[in-house]
Design a protein around this ligand. Structure first.
Ligand SMILES: Cc1cc2nc3c(=O)[nH]c(=O)nc-3n(C[C@H](O)[C@H](O)[C@H](O)COP(=O)(O)OP(=O)(O)OC[C@H]3O[C@@H](n4cnc5c(N)ncnc54)[C@H](O)[C@@H]3O)c2cc1C
Length: 329
């Protein structure tokens, strides 16, 4: 591993100042970044440890819309087990508990989870081509090992998927990411935080180089009673999703008033199904309704040599998650 400088500032401003120098990276729990440094995938000159910043709170905020603010340094385990999150945002709690292992969730932070890099094997192996790690070198996965890869929103430059479970639930729940940088504070709608690969797969998200995530803000909603996170993976634990579904329904008198659906393991970012959400509105919350939306959900999907199974697994996972959310599974 390349030698690097390490600092542990106590103020947000010092972190932002440090980030303006090229080659500087934030470290939080270290559970992704240190791995990548050991593999030689990322080689920062300087690490800015943000653990001394007061960014661990989880609190309810009264405003025009009641929201829950989750500090960027709140641990994945803390958030998953927090009484208010379990009661009001159970989808988020379930998604977090589906990720990694108990030990990792005790290290991993909310900010780090959002910023974790893809698990595409071509990204991790520095001997292989990867446009995300080394722009212009090609995408090894296009014609190579692509079992875990995207079926929506991919480009000729990159077919990797985003690995986070938590982010899929936050996408469904219409969260906002609060960030602070040289130009001040701004709020990024979750749908605009992660990017599709396009011509620049090296860019995972829209955070500027000098910006720090401070909070994730989730509006309160009517979905707590009928939401479900379903993760399909090769092993029952400690494995990334082949496909996952975060679904949230507002059901009144057996009819769907509103729906939110995002899926993981299918795209470079958590993938929202806006058309399916619209189609579900006003329909009875029944197996028949859910089985009818499979075709609509898969419009525009494209598979590769080894991930064609996702064309069937994706709608099947979605229907199953919807049935669980509606409590008819
Ligand atoms: C074996 C293993 C299995 C795993 N399985 C899963 C799984 O099933 N599901 C899942 O979702 N995840 C899984 N993970 C990933 C894990 O959730 C992430 O490693 C973790 O969430 C990263 O958080 P961290 O605080 O350790 O981030 P770090 O490693 O410290 O940082 C990761 C990145 O985030 C940036 N960063 C951190 N905090 C901020 C901030 N506040 N503002 C701006 N940038 C920031 C860093 O600069 C770095 O680029 C697994 C990890 C391992 C090692």
């Amino acid at each position: 591993m390349k030698q690097f400088q390490y600092v542990r500032p106590t103020s947000q401003q010092s972190v932002i100042d440090a980030l303006t120098k090229p080659g500087t990276k934030i470290i939080a729990g270290g559970s992704n970044l240190v791995d990548l440094m050991k593999h030689g995938v990322m080689s920062p000159d300087k690490l800015v440890d943000i653990n001394k910043l007061p960014l661990r709170d989880i609190s309810s905020i009264m405003g025009n819309v009641r929201t829950i603010a989750i500090g960027a340094l709140a641990l994945n385990s803390q958030v998953a087990e927090h009484a208010m999150i379990k009661e009001r945002l159970p989808l988020l709690s379930q998604a977090l508990n589906a990720g990694a292992s108990a030990q990792l969730r005790n290290m991993a932070t909310v900010g780090g989870n959002l910023m974790q890099r893809t698990r595409c094997p071509y990204f991790y192996d520095t001997a292989l081509p990867c446009n995300k790690r080394n722009p212009g070198s090609g995408c090894g996965a296009l014609e190579g090992f692509n079992r875990m890869h995207a079926i929506f929103g991919q480009s000729e430059k990159c077919i990797a998927v985003h690995p986070s479970d938590m982010a899929v639930a936050l996408a469904a729940l219409d969260a906002t990411v609060e960030v602070v940088g040289k130009k001040g504070r701004r709020y990024i709608a979750f749908k605009d935080f992660h990017r599709l690969p396009g011509d620049h797969p090296e860019l995972d998200n829209t955070l500027a180089k000098d910006e720090l995530i401070t909070n994730v803000i989730v509006p309160e909603n009517n979905f707590a009673k009928n939401s479900y996170y379903l993760k399909v993976r090769d092993r029952a634990s400690y494995a990334f999703a082949l496909v996952s579904a975060a679904v949230a329904l507002d059901i009144d008198n057996g009819r769907i008033q509103d729906a939110r659906i995002a899926m993981g393991g299918v795209a470079h970012k958590p993938w929202r199904f806006y058309e399916v959400e619209k189609a579900l509105k006003g329909k009875p919350a029944s197996t028949e309704t859910f089985e009818q939306i499979g075709e609509l959900a898969m419009q525009g999907a494209k598979a590769y040599k080894e991930n064609a199974f996702k064309l069937k697994l994706t709608p099947a996972t979605l229907v199953e998650a919807l049935k669980h959310a509606a409590r008819i599974a």
